[in-house]
Structure formats: C-alpha cells, structure tokens
Design a protein around this ligand. Structure first.
Ligand code: C2O
Length: 579
C-alpha cells in the first residue's frame, strides 16, 4: 500500500507521530489490544456435556473488531495442558509472518503456562475473516470472527446496512476431537464424523435434545442486514439458505465483489462471505429457518445432518400480532441443493467476480515468472508391521501435494529459514510438477503410495506466480478447499478433467477474477490461481478440510527478502515460543 515511514520526509514523520496521539490517524490507524486466555470450560450440546478448550470461556470465541489500517496486539496465554497456537486466517501478515500462527510452520506452539503476543497490522483488507487454533484439531472449539471495518469515513461500496451480524458455522463432536483424529491416524482409517453442525455454536432444533439450543436472528421489517458468514467447520463445505429470502453477496475473504443475488450459497471451510439480507417490507406473520448442510463429493462417510437457525421478525408494537405467540406462526424451511450437487457449486463460483473498480482494482499478475502444477488428492502409506490398518486394502490413508505428503517438522520452518538453519528441518526441493504424470482424473494408478518429506518451494521477492491445482481421482475425486497463508490470490480459471496447458490458459479471466485466500479445487477438476509473492516469509498452503491436512495435504512456500529495507521480514519478537 506504498506507505512506509522510511520514505516519508522527517517533518511528516514528526507530524504523524504527534497527531497519532491526538486522534485516530486515518492513515496509520490505532492499536487495539486483546487478551486470549486459553482455558477449559464445560459446554453442553445435544445433551452431552464435555470440557472443551476455548478462549476466555466463550464458545465460539470472542470477536475481534478492527479497522483497516489498525495494529492488533493479541496476548494469548495458555492455561491448558495442550500446546496451542492461533492463526488469523486470511490476514495478509505483511512482513509479520511471526504472527501468522500455524504450529511448526511460523512458530513453535505456545506451551502450558506460556504466552505470546501476536502483533500485526491489517493492510488493504475489509470485510470478515476469522481466527482459529492451528495445531492438531483444536480449532474444533477454538475459533471466532474477525470483523474488519473500512477506514473511518470510507464507506462500503454498497448502502450502509442497518445492522451487522456474524454467523459462524462450526462442527460439534460429542467425543473429544483430539481423540477422534489421533485414533484415525493410529488405525489409518477415516475419522469419526461430527454429530452436528452449528451456527454461532448452536446446533438448532433439527437435532435430538437441541430444540432450545437455537441461534435466533431477530430482525425488523424493511431493513438491510449485513451477515458476515464464516465457515469454521472442520471437514465440510456447506450450503446455506434462508427460507423465502434472497441474499446479495458483496464481499468474500475480506475483498469486495461485484454484488449478485442468490437464494443459496456455498461456503467452504476457510472461506468467509458477506451478504446483504433485505427483510420483508412489512411484518410477514411467519418465521423462517436458515439452514446449512454439507456439499460432499468424496467417498468417505460424512455428517449429513442439517443445522438450523431462526429468522424472527419483531412483531409491530400494540398490534394483534404481539399477542400471538411466535410458536403459532407458520414456519418456512429452505430447500437446499442435493448433498452432491456439483453443478450448483460450479454455477455459484462462476458468479464470483472481483469488484475491479478504480477504488478497488483487481491487480491480477499479467506476466508470470514462475509456473507450478500441483496435484492434490488422497493416497496411502503402508501399515506398520504387526498392525492391522483400516485404510484402503489394509493400508493407512494419506494425502499429498504432487505425491509429497508433508512431514511436520519438530521446529518451526520460519525460524530455520530466518536463522539459515534449514539443515535437518526442510529441503527446498518441492517438485514444480508431478514427478510422474498420469491421467489424473482417469483410472487410478495401481500404486497409490505417497512419499513423505518436509519440502518447500523457494520464491524470489516479487515473483509473479501461476499455480494450477489438479484434483486426482486416487481413492475418489473430491473437492479440496485449498488455503494459502500470507496472500490473496486471483482465481483465473477452473474446469473439470485434466488441465490442458495448451487450450485452457486462453480462457483465463485476467480482468475481474475473484480474489480470495481459500479456493475449492473442483472435484475431478482443476483450478488456476495467480499471486504476487510480495510478502517475505514462510507461508503454509493446505487443504482446509482438517482431515486432509492431518493426512499431509499441505506444503510451504518460502518468499525471500527483497532488496529494500521495507521488503524484508521483520526480526522475530522476543517472546516467540520455543520448541
Ligand atoms: Cu484457516 Cu492454515 O488455516
């Protein structure tokens, strides 16, 4: 965003320094402090009470609110026996990779009794993001919204909503999610599925023993509400709809889009979507369900249940209505697409376009320095001797990128990189293309075994990158929401079958492609993204279906420092956790 104190005349620095004490500076923003105490607390859902890891005794966790340009200082104190680490999902973390959060990638996790202050500034983003634990499956209960308001005095490119409401989807397990994943990794089989989906922590009335545990959105007629939708579920993309109401999508992943109307939307884990909800012009004498259930393309078992919340209109005062109990009103329920409705998914994502206005341009890289082609998908690893495994044909499930299943190191990649101590931690030889090419979406090769390693791609500062991600049909084609840390990227193309490097690039959208941080690689298809590697550091990229991350569908990019002082990764903070 071109603002650097280093290139600013001294008198101006002096001026900015002084005024920032007096008023919130429109350029620099303010500093906001938060404290996250990681503790255990008891929660009851579906008549099951269990102790969960959470933040400040809240589930979902506290809301972070900031303006574009603000600095955040979030002190995380670990009071539980497990190691913890928090990721600020979608925050660009320009030069502040130390605050990104994925365990053993940018930091060692915070140990019991220790604390760490995450220090970062929000630059060039406005909308909704979220934070979540980034170690093992702790994000099942450790997550919450990040609300980014535009700079003071800068309006949204749409009429100011009457009210703003975060709606965060989660996934509830009656069992301990940590036990679920550790059992799966031991046996090699698929993990047990969740028992419910939740809206703001509530499963809603369609589950047994849950009727009272329902999220209610109380609205007035004739108003516009901004719903900040967040998918924080572990393993499921979700369809979402509100009965008899349409929604206007205005922002995804904290980037404005060309507004479009839809009755139902699709949101993958790791994605956020701001929508405008226009309420009925007058009291409708009815209540409306808002429901979400999964979009599933894989072959494994999944939680096929439906979460419901209620949209309830305030009854006009001193009227007949106010004496009628809400329970007497007719209740409408939306019809969601079929669980495997890929054509809905394809049609929905094709409507997403960057706003690409003069004020909010789409800076799509036009000339590409580095091309990559990555396969993403499932595979297997051998069963240990004397064990029987529950994966395919007695093996264990694995997942990979270019057939490399990522081995998590025991020390953080970012430290190893910064202190030039990569020996024994990682190797810079992640393959640019698959080692063996095959018909990726055709008949599965006989050998489904993956290799294992801690490999990274090293990029020079400011390289323009094009990455094609190709789903494979090994153990079944499946949609994979791929998330890149440290950057937004442009989704320039996608299609089904195998990517054709001769024909497909001609169809790329280089004008107004959607800009985001998490994209669904279509089931049995491919997606092409472009980004500018302008952020020095180590950046994780992985499938945001947590089970696939656990199986190894992850890798990391290292972006080297640039020549100028403001193109270098900042030094590590003194309280950076040790391994
Ligand atoms: Cu929300 Cu690395 O993830």
């Amino acid at each position: 965003m071109g603002f650097s104190l280093l290139s600013t005349p001294a008198f101006l620095v002096f001026f900015l320094f002084f005024t920032s004490f007096l008023l919130p500076n429109p350029v620099l923003g303010i500093t906001r402090h938060y404290k996250f105490d990681i503790k255990l607390h008891n929660v009851t859902r579906l008549c099951h009470t269990k102790s969960i890891v959470s933040v400040n005794g809240q589930f979902p966790g506290p809301r972070i609110v900031a303006r574009e340009g603000d600095q955040l200082l979030i002190k995380v104190v670990n009071h539980v026996s497990k190691n913890i680490s928090i990721h600020w999902h979608g925050i660009r973390q320009l030069r502040s990779g130390w605050a990104d959060g994925p365990a053993y990638v940018t930091q060692c996790p915070i140990q019991t009794g220790q604390s760490y202050v995450y220090n970062f500034t929000i630059v060039g983003q406005r909308g909704t993001l979220f934070w979540h634990a980034h170690v093992s499956w702790l994000r099942a209960t450790v997550y919450g919204p990040i609300v980014i308001l535009p700079k003071r005095g800068v309006p949204h490119p749409f009429a100011k909503p009457y009210k703003e409401v975060p709606i965060i989807f989660g996934e509830w397990f009656n069992a301990d999610p940590e036990a679920v994943i550790s059992q799966a990794l031991r046996t090699g089989g698929g993990p047990n599925v969740s028992d419910a989906y939740t809206i703001n922590g509530h499963p809603g009335p369609l589950y047994n023993c849950s009727a009272k545990d329902t999220f209610k959105l109380k609205v007035k007629p004739g108003k516009t509400y901004l719903l900040r939708l967040i998918n924080a579920a572990l393993n499921d993309e979700l369809f979402f709809s509100i009965a008899n109401h349409s929604l206007t999508v205005v922002d995804v992943d904290a980037i404005y889009v060309k507004p479009f109307e839809t009755g139902t939307l699709l949101i993958a884990p790791g994605q956020t979507t701001n929508v405008l909800l226009k309420t009925k012009p007058s009291y409708p004498s009815a209540t409306f369900f808002m429901t979400a259930r999964p979009y599933v393309t894989g072959q494994g078992t999944f939680d096929n249940s439906t979460v419901a919340g209620i949209l309830e209109y305030e009854s006009p005062p001193n009227s007949l209505h106010s004496s009628i109990s809400i329970k007497m009103l007719p209740l409408f329920r939306p019809i969601l697409p079929a669980l495997n409705d890929t054509s809905f998914a394809t049609n929905f994502v094709s409507k997403l376009r960057s706003l690409a206005s003069a004020q909010f341009p789409a800076n799509v890289p036009q000339k590409i320095d580095k091309h990559f082609f990555f396969t993403v998908g499932l595979g297997t690893i051998p069963c240990q001797q004397n064990q029987t495994c529950q994966g395919p044909n007695g093996t264990k499930f694995a997942a990979s990128v270019n057939n490399v299943s990522f081995a998590t190191p025991t020390t953080a990649l970012l430290q190893a990189h910064f202190f030039a101590q990569s020996n024994g931690v990682y190797t810079p030889d992640f393959p640019n293309t698959p080692i063996i090419s095959f018909n990726y979406t055709g008949t599965t090769p006989n050998n489904t075994m993956v290799s294992n390693g801690t490999k990274v791609v090293v990029l020079p500062f400011n390289a323009t990158v094009e990455l094609v991600m190709q789903d494979t049909s090994i153990l079944g084609a499946e949609s994979h929401p791929l998330h890149l840390h440290g950057f937004n990227f442009f989704v320039v193309g996608q299609g089904f079958g195998n990517f054709d490097p001769k024909k497909d690039p001609a169809k790329f959208n280089l004008v107004d492609p959607i800009e985001r941080n998490t994209v669904g690689v279509p089931s049995g298809g491919w997606v092409a993204i472009r980004f500018l590697a302008d952020n020095p550091g180590v950046w994780f990229m992985h499938c945001h279906l947590e089970v696939h991350t656990s199986w190894g569908l992850k890798m990391a990019w290292i972006v080297l420092d640039g020549k100028l002082p403001n193109q270098k990764l900042l030094p590590p903070p003194a309280d950076l956790p040790k391994c």
